[in-house]
Design a protein around this ligand. Structure first.
Ligand code: BF8
Ligand code: SF4
Length: 620
C-alpha cells in the first residue's frame, strides 16, 4: 500500500517508513492483519451478553433469534447502548478524578495542587446555587465538591449543569423521560437494562442511551472541563506549535499521553524546575522538552501553550523518532501497541493510574498527595534515559507548524468584547453562516487526518466558523488552520470577522471532555435568541471517530438538538429499525439526527444544507 494513502501528514508518511525500517509494527500493520473483520460484529449482530451465547444473528434465516429469543433490533440496540455507556463512563470517571482532586485541595489534603482560577470557582459555585459571599476560597471549594459528588450518585432532581440548556430543551427531555439523573446511575442502568432478560425494546434502549450520553455531556464531561479550569486555569488564547517537529534533537523529550490534566500538569511543574533543567544540562542535553499527545496534550496546550506532538494515530510514530525518553500516560486511547514500539528504542512508558496498567510499562502511581514527588522522579528518569539515546537512530521528520489555542468560552466572550452580541450579529447578517463542531478521533479505516482537514476547509470556505476538539483539533492545527492567516482560506464573511478580531477561522476549544464547552455555548446562544438548540444554524461532525467515547459524544450532541455527521458507520446496520431511527426518526423525537458519509465533501454539503435550512427557519 502506498504510504500517501495512509496519512495526509508529511511527518506521518516519513515516520511510517522509518518505523518499518526499524521493525516497529504500527496500527496500520495490525489493521491489515485483522482483515477481513467480522461482518456480524460490524453490523452489531453478535451478542455475548450471556453464556447461553455467543449468538450471531442471520436475519430472515433460522438463526434470526439468539438462544434467549432476542432479535436483531434488540441486539443491535443493546450493543450500541453498552458502547454509549462505556464512553460516558470513561469521560465521567475522568471528571470524577478532577472532582476528587478539588475535594483534596478543599480539605488541604494535597500540596501538589491548588485553585488557580478563584474567580471561576466562585462563578461556578454561584451558578449551582452555592452562596459564596464572605466565604473563604477553600470553604467554597468544599461546598462545590460536596455538591458535585452528589451528581455522580443518587440525587433528587436532575444534573445541575443541565440548567445550561434552554428550558424548551429540558422540557423535551422531561417529556421523553431522558433528563439525566445521577451520572453513574445512568451508566449502571444501561448495564442493567442490557443484561439478558431486561429491556428488549430497541426504542426504549435507545432513549436510555440518549439519557446516558446526556449525563456525560452535561454531567461528567462538563464537570471535568469546569473543574480543570478551576484547578489549572481557564484557557486564554495562546500560541504554540504542533506536529512531530516539536520534538527536540538536543533536549530530553518527555511526552504526556492520555486525558486527565492531573498527571500532565504535575509533570509540567517538574519539567519547568530550574534545578531539573540544570541536571539535564549536566547530562549533556540542552534542556527538557515536554510535548503532548492526544487529549492530555490538548489540556496542556489549551492552558499552558505546551506544544502538541500529534493525535491518536501519531502516538507510535512519535516513539519511532527515536528521540523520546519517556512517554507518561494516564488513561484512554493509549494503544498497547506502544509497548513493543518503545522496546525498539531506549524509550520507556510509564503508567500512572491504578485504572490503567500496561504489562511491559513501568508503573509509578500518582495520587493527589504524591504527584509532585512522582513527577520529580519521572523527570530524573528521563534525564538518565537521555544518556542512552542512540543519536544515529534519531529522525525528527519536519519543522513544527505554529497554532493558536486556548479558546475557552470565556476567552471567546472576551475576544467578542464581553458579550455574545457581536457573534449573533455576525450570524444574523450572514457574515458567519453558522457554527460547526468538529470532534473526535483518527481511525485506520480512514486516511489519517484527511477528513478532518478537508471538511474544515470546505466549511470555512462557506463562512462556517469551526470549533475543534480532541484529535480533530490536532489535525486542523497541523494543517495551519489554527492561525489567523488561515482566514485567507475562509469565505469573505468569515474572513472579515476573523481579520477584525484577529482570530483564526477554526478555533481550538479543547480536549474531548471540552465538547462540553460547545454544548454550553449552544445553550448560551439558544437562550439569548429565545429558541431551542435544535433551531440554531449549527452542526457537528466526528469524521474519523473510533472510540466508544465518540459514540457518547455524537449521541449527546444529537440528543441536545445538534445534527451530527459521522465519517465512520457505527455498528448498527444490522437493524433497519435502529438505523432508520438514528439517520432520520430521531428528528421527530429530539429534533436532530445522525448522518453518515465517508466523503468529506459530501459531509460538508450535508452540514451546509442543514445550516441553511435552519437559517431559513429563523428568517435569516
Ligand atoms: O478523548 S479524539 S482518539 S484522544 S477519543 Fe481518543 Fe478520540 Fe483522540 Fe481524546 Ni477523544
Ligand atoms: Fe445470545 Fe441472548 Fe445470551 Fe445474547 S443474551 S448471548 S442473544 S442468549
Amino acid at each position: 500500500e502506498e504510504i500517501e494513502e495512509l496519512s495526509i501528514c508529511k511527518d506521518a508518511q516519513i515516520m511510517i517508513e522509518k518505523a518499518e525500517k526499524d521493525g516497529v509494527v504500527t496500527v496500520w500493520d495490525r489493521f491489515k492483519a485483522q482483515q477481513p473483520q467480522c461482518t456480524f460484529c460490524k453490523q452489531g449482530l453478535s451478542c455475548r451478553n450471556c453464556s447461553m451465547g455467543p449468538c450471531r444473528i442471520l436475519p430472515g434465516k433460522e438463526r434470526s433469534l439468539g438462544v434467549c429469543g432476542a432479535n436483531a433490533d434488540t441486539i443491535v440496540a443493546r450493543n450500541f447502548g453498552r458502547g454509549v455507556a462505556a464512553g460516558a463512563a470513561a469521560h465521567s470517571d475522568h471528571g470524577r478524578d478532577l472532582l476528587e482532586t478539588l475535594d483534596a485541595v478543599a480539605n488541604s489534603d494535597t500540596q501538589s495542587y491548588e485553585i488557580r482560577d478563584v474567580e471561576k470557582l466562585i462563578r461556578i459555585a454561584n451558578e449551582l446555587g452555592i452562596k459564596t459571599e464572605g466565604k473563604e476560597t477553600l470553604q467554597i471549594a468544599k461546598e462545590l465538591a460536596d455538591l458535585l459528588l452528589e451528581e455522580f450518585g443518587i440525587k433528587k432532581g436532575n444534573i445541575g449543569f443541565t440548567m445550561r440548556a434552554p428550558e424548551v430543551r429540558r422540557k423535551l427531555w422531561d417529556s421523553l423521560n431522558i433528563n439525566p439523573r445521577g451520572i453513574d446511575r445512568e451508566v449502571v442502568e444501561m448495564m442493567h437494562r442490557t443484561h439478558m432478560g431486561v429491556d428488549q425494546d430497541p426504542v426504549s434502549l435507545l432513549l436510555h442511551a440518549a439519557r446516558v450520553s446526556l449525563s456525560d455531556g452535561w454531567g461528567g464531561s462538563m464537570i471535568a472541563t469546569e473543574l480543570s479550569d478551576i484547578l489549572f486555569g481557564t484557557p486564554k488564547p495562546v500560541e504554540s506549535k504542533v506536529n512531530l517537529g516539536v520534538l527536540k534533537k538536543d533536549e530530553v523529550n518527555i511526552l504526556v499521553h492520555g486525558h486527565s490534566p492531573i498527571v500532565s500538569e504535575a509533570v509540567l511543574t517538574a519539567v519547568r524546575d530550574k534545578n531539573n533543567i540544570e541536571m539535564a544540562k549536566a547530562a549533556g542535553a540542552n534542556g527538557i522538552n515536554l510535548a503532548g499527545l492526544c487529549c492530555t496534550g490538548n489540556e496542556l496546550l489549551m492552558r499552558q501553550g505546551i506544544p502538541m506532538a500529534g493525535n491518536h494515530l501519531m502516538t507510535e510514530l512519535a516513539i519511532a523518532t527515536g528521540a523520546v525518553e519517556l512517554v507518561i500516560v494516564d488513561y484512554q486511547c493509549i494503544m498497547p501497541g506502544l509497548i513493543p514500539a518503545m522496546n525498539c528504542y531506549h524509550t520507556k512508558m510509564i503508567t500512572t493510574s491504578p485504572k490503567a496498567k500496561f504489562p511491559g510499562a513501568e508503573h509509578i502511581e500518582f495520587n493527589v498527595r504524591n504527584a509532585r514527588t512522582q513527577a520529580q522522579k519521572l523527570v530524573e528518569m528521563a534525564i538518565e534515559l537521555y544518556k542512552k539515546r542512540d543519536k544515529n537512530r534519531v529522525l525528527i521528520p519536519v519543522e513544527p507548524v505554529p497554532m493558536m489555542s486556548g479558546f475557552s468560552n470565556e476567552a471567546i466572550l472576551q475576544a467578542l468584547g464581553g458579550s455574545l452580541a457581536p457573534l449573533l450579529d455576525a450570524i444574523k447578517s450572514g457574515k458567519i453562516r453558522g457554527v460547526a463542531g468538529l470532534v473526535g478521533c483518527n481511525n485506520p479505516r480512514r486516511k489519517h487526518d484527511y477528513c478532518h482537514v478537508t471538511l474544515t476547509k470546505e466549511l470555512i470556505k462557506n463562512d462556517i466558523l469551526v470549533l475543534g476538539t480532541g484529535c480533530s483539533a490536532v489535525a486542523m492545527g497541523k494543517a495551519g488552520l489554527y492561525m489567523p492567516e488561515a482566514a485567507s482560506l475562509a469565505g469573505p464573511g468569515l474572513s472579515s470577522v476573523c481579520k477584525a478580531l484577529n482570530i483564526p477561522p477554526a478555533l481550538h476549544v479543547g480536549s474531548c471532555v471540552d465538547n462540553s464547552r460547545i454544548l454550553h455555548l449552544c445553550g448560551l446562544v439558544a437562550k439569548e435568541l429565545g429558541v431551542d438548540i435544535s433551531d440554531l444554524p449549527v452542526a457537528g461532525s466526528a469524521p474519523e471517530w473510533y472510540s466508544e467515547k465518540a459514540i457518547s459524544i455524537g449521541l449527546y450532541f444529537v440528543a441536545s438538538g445538534v445534527y451530527t455527521v459521522l465519517g465512520v458507520t457505527p455498528n448498527i446496520t444490522g437493524s433497519k429499525l435502529v438505523t432508520d431511527l438514528a439517520l432520520d426518526g430521531l428528528t421527530n423525537v429530539v429534533g436532530a439526527c445522525f448522518a453518515v458519509d465517508t466523503d468529506p465533501h459530501k459531509m460538508a454539503e450535508l452540514m451546509i444544507n442543514h445550516i441553511n435550512k435552519k437559517r431559513k427557519k429563523l428568517n435569516l
